[in-house]
Design a protein around this ligand. Structure first.
Ligand code: 6R9
Length: 649
């Protein structure tokens, strides 16, 4: 495609002021892979340590011994790095600017205020019996208290597990149980797009599920004042407990390899995995990438539109920016409320310099036409960022031309929950941009492409994306299940970390992520396993069998296409489609809502009984001419029937 050839060279004025120009990037990158110990020892001085590390990198990707440690004899505290360290130099500068769902509501917390509130909350957690190594589950709206809760856990050495506020009670219950959290922090309700979401009701429902008895206390923030049930002895009002606490809370000295948080994400099979991130390496990766990729300058307002329930919110709303003493904007609402111009209006209102968002948000705005941005000027913007899924060149160009008024470079950042921080992305002063490409690796990251047999591919090629050696922000394990960690990421290609993504490398060495090669869907940037949705569906009494695939969707990137085989007792009907849709929404959450349900009298299977997803994907994408080899199917006529009744044409 010709627009993929379009190159935007680094502008001289940007390179002149940037943290890294081309030569600096080249030199730093080379050193980071030639001498990781030297490079990372130096970079680690960016953080404040109680005890500086002397051992830097100690990592093994061998499948019989996956063991990842960085800075292992160092001692530090993440909340000290994000708060205390900045008090003397910028205590009265804004740390968090909060913009409410309602455009009339916003507030600013300085570093000093955020520090005091975090200490109070940390003391409150201690009073509830939370100590070092205990887990705390957060099920919160996008309010500053969510960041405070994360930092308060970090302060006392507790491990937070943030669960996205759009997940269902069952999904929440599963995570509370797996992490064995004694305390759950939530709010009465959250507000998004003018609608209330009953967070506390969901927690109440979750905690009736088996296995969640460990949760002794629910700390409830009053956000809306909405009606909620109250369980005496278990429920505690946030303000009643926190406001009376001392604003002084000495920080726990934790080891660099002590866990900072767990974050659940979907894989291709089984229950969601709780990725374990530790303190030193993660924090350094988040801070360093935030500084270099966004070329952050002191005093700027930086806005990442993600939710704190996802890894992007962890690294680029909370830890990265706060470790760098930045001003981070936190938005409670959605880009389409009250009008589609909201994003630009927020940029103007708070004079945002850097806007980091998702392709799905860009495409949703683009669908309304260029005038959708007319209610704002956006002259404060200097840099744009994209994350969560591949950004198609057309959306990239629109982002660049309309939102950034052709003045702002776009950093397309490829990374994962597992990687902790950005892995492949341009640096604004160093990397020429190609729309649709995440470009080149960050310091210390050694991406490579392999074919299905694990042979390394050289030069321009197309293959599976792997990473050859460890980087500090890498997840160390899966909570309670190291074996699954090894199995999932290190057993496909021996000695390499397998990302699950397909990728092309062009003649300039630029990386173009082509999407997941496993059974993971990416819907509006949200990761979901097809297996999770299938197991929800087959739990419905009418469903005999179900197969879930993704298909190209103009706005969401991928839509959810479901093939359902009913049992003998049930007949297809529109009511049943609605019922199944509600069923999945209730079971997993609204993000898993099916876009298309097709009744399938039977599913295409191999003779050994495996569902041929490749074929189902093609039919869902309406690409019925290129179905490939169907000779291994037990009954090829099944395919004809599905093609005839396909729902997407
Ligand atoms: C940070 C985050 C990870 C998956 C990843 C890939 C896709 C993320 C991307 C991208 C192309 C980008 N992905 N960023 N694909 N270009 N810039 O999104 O983490 O929720 O774990 O998802 O998202 O497929 O493997 P996570």
């Amino acid at each position: 495609m010709s627009d993929q050839q379009h190159i935007y060279p680094v502008r001289d004025d940007i390179a002149a002021k940037a943290w890294a120009d081309k030569d600096t990037y080249q030199a730093m990158y080379q050193r980071s892979v030639d001498d990781p110990d030297g490079f990372w020892a130096e970079q680690a001085r960016q953080l404040e340590w109680f005890q500086a590390p002397s051992v830097i990198k100690n990592t093994s990707f061998a499948s019989n011994n996956v063991d990842i440690r960085w800075f292992e004899d160092g001692k530090l505290n993440a909340s000290v790095n994000c708060l205390d360290r900045h008090l003397a130099s910028r205590g009265d500068r804004p740390a968090i600017i909060w913009e409410g769902d309602d455009p009339a509501e916003s507030k600013t917390l300085t570093y000093r205020e955020l520090h005091e509130r975090t200490c109070q909350l940390a003391n409150a957690l201690k009073e509830l019996g939370v100590g070092k190594g205990d887990t705390v589950t957060l099920y919160m709206p996008m309010v500053p208290e969510a960041a405070m809760a994360m930092l308060a856990c970090a302060r006392i050495g507790a491990v937070h597990s943030v669960v996205f506020g759009g997940f269902s009670p069952d999904a929440l219950a599963q995570r509370v149980q797996d992490a064995a959290s004694k305390v759950v922090i939530t709010a009465d309700e959250s507000v998004r797009g003018g609608k209330q979401v009953p967070l506390k009701d969901n927690v109440d429902a979750a905690l009736t599920r088996e296995g969640t008895e460990v949760a002794e206390t629910v700390l409830v923030l009053q956000r809306t004042g909405g009606q909620i049930d109250w369980k005496d002895g278990r429920d505690v009002w946030f303000h009643e407990l926190v406001d009376k606490q001392s604003t002084d809370c000495p920080a726990e000295e934790v080891s660099a390899e002590d866990p900072l948080f767990i974050l659940y994400t979907s894989g291709s099979t089984g229950a969601p995995k709780g990725l374990k991130h530790t303190t030193g390496g993660y924090l350094l990766q988040a801070a360093l990438t935030h500084q270099y990729v966004f070329d952050y300058r002191d005093g700027e307002v930086y806005w990442c539109t993600a939710d704190v329930g996802w890894v992007t919110g962890h690294s680029y709303i909370v830890y990265g920016p706060l470790a760098n003493g930045a001003t981070t904007l936190m938005f409670e609402g959605v880009p389409s409320y009250p009008t589609n111009g909201r994003m630009g209006e927020i940029v103007d209102k708070h004079q945002v310099s850097i806007l980091y968002t998702a392709p799905t948000a860009v495409r949703a705005l683009m669908a309304h036409g260029d005038h959708v941005m007319d209610s704002s000027q956006r002259d404060s913007l200097r840099l744009l960022g994209s994350v969560g899924e591949p950004i198609n060149p057309e959306a990239w160009e629109w982002f660049y031309r309309v939102i950034g008024k052709e003045r702002c470079p776009i950093v397309d950042t490829w990374w994962q929950t597992e990687t902790g921080g950005i892995m492949i992305a341009p640096l604004p002063g160093a990397t020429d941009l190609k729309p649709g490409s995440a470009t080149l690796p960050f310091f210390g990251v050694q991406p490579a492409l392999v074919d299905n047999e694990g042979h390394l591919l050289e030069g321009a090629s197309d293959g599976n994306l792997v990473v050859l050696d460890s980087w500090p922000g890498q997840a160390r394990s899966i909570w309670n299940n190291h074996e699954r960690f090894v199995q999932t990421y290190f057993s496909t290609y021996e000695g390499m970390y397998f990302t699950g993504d397909g990728c092309r490398r062009d003649e300039d060495g630029y990386y173009w992520i082509t999407g997941r090669v496993d059974d993971v869907l990416n819907v509006s940037g949200h990761r979901m396993g097809t297996a999770e949705i299938e197991s929800s569906l087959v739990a419905h009494e009418a469903v005999a069998e179900a197969a879930v695939v993704g298909y190209p969707h103009d706005i969401k990137g991928q839509g959810i296409y479901i093939y359902v085989t009913l049992d003998d007792q049930h007949e297809p009907s529109d009511e049943l489609k609605k019922e199944l849709t509600q069923w999945v929404r209730k079971d997993i959450g609204p993000i898993a809502s099916p876009d298309v349900i097709q009744w399938a009298p039977s599913l295409p299977k191999t003779r050994s009984g495996k569902i041929m997803r490749r074929i189902l994907r093609k039919i869902a994408a309406n690409e019925c001419d290129g179905l490939g080899d169907t000779s291994t199917l037990a009954d090829p006529s099944v395919v004809e029937e599905l093609i005839e009744h396909r729902a997407n044409r």
